[in-house]
Design a protein around this ligand. Structure first.
Ligand code: IVH
Length: 686
C-alpha cells in the first residue's frame, strides 16, 4: 500500500470533515454542494478500490450530519437513511438495472421533487401530532416538537385514517419569498444573511423560540410513511395499500402536506422525462429544489430490494446539473449599511443562471476579495448558492489578461461612495465605516431598519419608497416619517391614493408601539431587540433612559459596559435628543406601559429569573431575550423573590446563594425544556 495513497485518503477525510462541520454544524458552507459531493465521491472511489483502508470513522461511513448541541435527544426507532445520488441519466439507467435485478420487466417509479430543506420525522398518535424529531446523525435526532408545532403547514391532528402510531417523514423548508424577506430584514439590521434557504430553515428550527419559527413562515412536505402498526384494528386502511403513490394520496387525504408535482412513471424513461422537465421548471417554484427523488412504487418490491447501511436500494436522488456559469466581473462597487459599514459587491455582465438573469453578487469584505484574488475585468465562475443568492466561486485566471493593462487587484476606497467622507476602520476589525451621520445612504438604511418588522413594524415602506422619500428630501430622519401626508405621498412614483392612505394609517398606528420597539428602531449600536426590551424594563420610559448614568445602565441586569457606553453616546448627542423631542411631539409612545400590559398574558409574567455561568447552546443575550419575551425579568442576583436560577457552566457565587436560599435551580437542559414548554403554550394561544 503506497504511503501517498494513505495520505491522500487522510487528506480527503480531513477536508470533508472540515466542510461537514462548516455545513452541518456551523451552517456556513465554504464550497458548493457539487464540490463537496465531488470530494465525497473521490473518497468513496478510493475506499471501494482499497477496502482495507476503510475506517469506521470515515465520513463515508456515517448516515448524515451530526448532532448539534441542545434540545432533547430522541432515538429513531427506524434509522433515517440517506439517499444515493445520480448525476447523469446513465446513472439513472444503472439504478433501473439494479432495481430490476436481472428481470426484463419494466419497473414503475414515483418521481418527486427533492426539497432542499431539513428532514423531519413526525409522529402522530391516535391522529394527534406528538413528536417532531430532526434527522441528527440518522439514529438519533433532536426533539424539536415545539418548533414543529409552530409550522402551520404541519397539521396538529389528522383528518381521519387514525392509526395508533403513525410516523411520517418529510422536509421542512423556507419558501423562497420568506427567505428573501428574512435576509432583507437581517441586512437591514446589519446582521449576517443566510447563505441559502436550507441554512435559514435549519437555523430557524435550531432556535428556542417557537414564536420566531411561526413568524418565519416555514413550509413542510411529507414524502414517506415509515411505520404503522398493522395489528392496530384501526389500521387496516394503511396495510391494504400496496404502492408508494397510494401512500402519498393517503397522506394528502389525512391533511398532510404533500408536494403536489410528484408523478407516477411507468418506467425509467418516463422518470428521465420528468427530470428534464423539472430541471428548468423548478425555477418557478417557491421552494428550492436541487433534484428529483426517484422511488420504486411497489412496496413489496421495495422490501425485496432492502437497504444498505446508509441508503435504501429502492430510491435514488437525481441531482440537477450544478448551476454555474462564467461571466465577466465588470466592476467591484461598495455599498453603505445603516451603521456606516461599507461593503463591496460585484457588478457582473448579466448572465442567465438558474432561471433568472443575475447582475450582482455579494463579496462580503476586502479580505474575501483578496483571498479569492478577484479583479475587476476578470472572467469569473458564478454559482447560485442554494439556488438563490449568486456568489462568485473563483476567477478563471487562465483567461486573465496578464499583460500590461490587465486586471489589477481590488483596492478598498478610502472615501464613502455616497457622501465622500473618509472611511475609518477600528483596530482589529475588517469592516470600513462611514462616520458621517448625515450620509444619505446611511439615512436610507437607518430608515429601513426603523420601519422593519422587529422595530417599528411599519408595513409598506420598502427600499424603493424609502429611496424616493430620502432623495426627494421629504424624509431626512425618523421624525419626518410622522409628518408625511397622503397628498405628499401622492407625488411619488407609482403611489396610488389607496396605498398612500394605508401607509399613513400604518405610520399612525406605529405611534402606539411598545417602547422597546422604538428603542430598537433608533439603531443605537449594540442595542438589538433583547437589549431594547431590557432597557425598557430597566427604565420604563425614554426620558428616564435618556437621563440614566453609565452606572445606572450598568446596573441593569444584562447590560454591560459596551451597551452602557453606546447608549450614553447616543443620548449624549444633541441631534439625537432633538430627534426624540420631535418624535414625542409627533405622538410616538415614549412610555413603557404597553409592554407591562402585554406581558401580563405571557407565561413568565412577573417572574424573576437569574442567569449564572455560561450556556453552551446560546448566548446570554439570546437566553435573556427569550425569557423577556415570555414576560420574565432578568435579575442580577438571587433573592427571596427569585423564581428561577438558570445555571450554565462554571457558575459563580450566585449558585451557592441560590442553594442557600433554596431557590429553584435549572440546569441548561431543564431551562431549554422550560422554554420549549412555555413556548408551545404561547403558540397555542395564537
Ligand atoms: S425520500 C430513505 N423524498 O433528501 C430516505 N427525501 O439526500 C428517504 N429529501 O434525507 C428520503 N426531498 O431529507 C425523499 N421527496 C423526497 C425528498 C427527500 C428531499 C431529502 C431528505 C433526505 C435527503 C437525501
Amino acid at each position: 500500500m503506497s504511503k501517498s495513497l494513505v495520505k491522500q485518503i487522510e487528506q480527503l477525510r480531513s477536508d470533508i470533515r472540515r466542510h461537514e462541520e462548516q455545513y452541518y454544524v456551523l451552517h456556513e458552507p465554504e464550497i458548493s454542494d457539487a464540490e463537496f459531493d465531488k470530494l465525497l465521491r473521490d473518497l468513496e472511489a478510493l475506499e471501494v478500490a482499497h477496502p482495507t483502508l476503510v475506517t469506521p470513522d470515515s465520513p463515508t461511513q456515517r448516515v448524515g450530519g451530526r448532532l448539534v448541541d441542545g434540545f432533547d435527544t430522541a432515538t429513531h426507532a427506524i434509522p433515517m437513511l440517506s439517499l444515493d445520488n445520480a448525476y447523469s441519466e446513465d446513472e439513472l439507467y444503472a439504478f433501473d438495472e439494479r432495481s430490476k435485478k436481472g428481470s426484463t420487466n419494466k419497473i414503475a417509479y414515483v418521481a418527486e421533487l427533492k426539497i432542499d430543506g431539513l428532514s423531519i420525522a413526525l409522529t402522530y398518535e391516535n391522529g394527534i401530532l406528538v413528536r417532531g424529531v430532526t434527522r441528527g446523525d440518522g439514529s438519533r435526532g433532536e426533539d424539536v416538537t415545539a418548533n414543529v408545532r409552530a409550522i402551520r403547514a404541519i397539521p396538529l391532528s389528522l383528518k381521519h385514517g387514525l392509526v395508533e402510531t403513525l410516523e411520517v417523514r418529510g422536509e421542512i423548508y423556507l419558501p423562497r419569498s420568506a427567505f428573501e424577506r428574512v435576509n432583507l430584514e437581517r441586512e437591514g439590521r446589519d446582521e449576517a444573511t443566510f447563505a441559502n434557504p436550507r441554512n435559514a430553515a435549519a437555523g430557524t428550527m435550531r432556535n428556542l423560540d417557537p414564536a420566531l419559527v411561526a413568524s418565519r413562515g416555514l413550509g413542510a412536505y411529507v414524502y414517506q410513511v415509515v411505520k404503522d402498526k398493522p395489528s392496530d384494528s384501526k389500521a387496516e386502511g394503511l396495510s391494504k395499500l400496496s404502492s408508494h403513490s397510494q401512500l402519498l394520496q393517503e397522506c394528502r387525504s389525512w391533511g398532510l402536506p404533500v408536494e403536489p408535482h410528484w408523478r407516477q412513471c411507468d418506467d425509467i424513461d418516463a422518470v428521465i422525462k420528468f427530470c428534464r422537465e423539472w430541471s428548468d421548471l423548478r425555477h418557478s417554484l417557491n421552494f428550492a429544489t436541487d433534484g428529483v427523488v426517484v422511488k420504486v412504487d411497489d412496496l413489496q418490491h421495495r422490501e425485496n430490494l432492502g437497504a444498505t447501511a446508509k441508503c435504501p436500494r429502492w430510491a435514488i436522488a437525481f441531482k440537477f446539473p450544478a448551476e454555474q456559469a462564467t461571466t465577466q466581473l465588470k466592476s467591484i462597487e461598495v455599498q453603505v449599511g445603516r451603521t456606516g459599514a461599507v461593503t463591496p459587491y460585484a457588478v457582473l455582465e448579466p448572465v442567465r443562471l438558474g432561471g433568472s438573469t443575475i447582475h450582482l453578487a455579494t463579496l462580503h469584505n476586502e479580505q474575501e476579495i483578496a483571498r479569492k484574488d478577484l479583479r475587476a475585468g476578470d472572467i469569473v465562475l458564478v454559482e447560485k448558492g442554494g439556488d438563490v443568492i449568486p456568489k462568485i466561486i473563483k476567477p478563471v485566471t487562465a483567461r486573465r489578461n496578464k499583460g500590461k493593462g490587465g486586471p489589477t487587484p481590488f483596492v478598498m476606497p478610502k472615501h464613502c461612495p455616497s457622501c465622500n467622507s473618509s472611511l475609518r476602520r477600528a483596530n482589529g476589525e475588517v469592516i470600513w465605516r462611514c462616520m458621517n451621520s448625515s450620509c444619505l445612504a446611511k439615512i436610507r438604511r437607518g430608515l429601513l431598519h426603523f420601519v422593519s418588522r422587529r422595530a417599528m413594524d411599519i408595513e409598506g415602506l420598502g427600499e424603493s419608497l424609502v429611496k424616493q422619500l430620502v432623495d426627494a428630501d421629504l424624509v431626512q430622519d425618523f421624525a419626518d416619517l410622522f409628518a408625511l401626508k397622503i397628498e405628499t405621498l401622492l407625488t411619488l412614483d407609482r403611489m396610488g391614493r389607496k396605498s398612500a392612505t394605508k401607509l399613513v394609517h400604518q405610520i399612525e398606528q406605529s405611534k402606539k408601539n411598545s417602547l422597546w420597539r422604538l428603542i430598537h428602531a433608533l439603531g443605537i449600536r449594540h442595542v438589538g431587540e433583547g437589549v431594547a426590551v431590557a432597557l425598557e424594563q430597566g427604565f420604563g420610559s425614554m426620558e428616564v433612559l435618556g437621563r440614566a448614568t453609565y452606572d445606572d445602565l450598568n446596573d441593569v441586569p444584562d447590560i454591560g459596559p459596551v451597551v452602557a457606553n453606546s447608549v450614553q453616546e447616543f443620548f449624549g448627542e444633541k441631534r439625537n435628543r432633538d430627534l426624540l423631542v420631535r418624535l414625542k411631539e409627533a405622538g410616538v409612545t415614549m412610555e413603557g406601559v404597553a409592554v407591562e400590559k402585554e406581558s401580563q398574558a405571557l407565561p413568565l409574567a412577573g417572574m424573576n429569573v437569574v442567569l449564572t455561568g455560561t450556556l453552551s447552546s446560546m448566548s446570554r443575550e439570546e437566553a435573556s431575550s427569550a425569557i423577556r419575551r415570555m414576560g420574565g425579568r432578568i435579575k442580577a442576583s438571587p433573592s427571596g423573590n427569585t423564581d428561577y436560577v438558570i445555571v450554565g457552566k462554571s457558575p459563580g457565587s450566585k449558585l451557592k446563594k441560590a442553594q442557600m436560599l433554596d431557590l429553584e435551580v435549572l440546569d441548561e437542559i431543564a431551562f431549554r425544556k422550560l422554554l420549549i414548554t412555555l413556548g408551545s403554550r404561547m403558540t397555542d394561544k395564537e
